[in-house]
Design a protein around this ligand. Sequence first.
Ligand SMILES: [Zn+2]
Ligand SMILES: [Zn+2]
Length: 114
Amino acid sequence: MAFRGKRRYGIGKKKKETRSASEIVESLKAMNVRTEATGSDYREQSLRIHGLICAKCARDFEPKDRHHLTVHHKDGNPRNNPKDGSNWENLCSHCHEDEHSRGLLGDYLRGKKD
Ligand SMILES: [Zn+2]
Ligand SMILES: [Zn+2]
């Protein structure tokens, strides 16, 4: 007499998928391809032209604290760097973040936080 039944193979035993740390790092790198190609020397130029003062809250900074000041691009285009500084605004990091969070430029700052 034949046994008629379904035999099931390979039940359960789901292999847990693990990602190696290096794999994760690689994918993060791939996502983060936006590196500063424009260079950051405009920052020094802007500080020289506009002074070590936040254009928004008017807080001024000692030269030793200059790293707290960031250069904001008024038109939102970091590639637009006219030598006369007309597209630059020196903002403290707080004001800079504030400026971007209310506008459409949020992702620009998220990508590059200076
Ligand atoms: Zn400020
Ligand atoms: Zn900005």
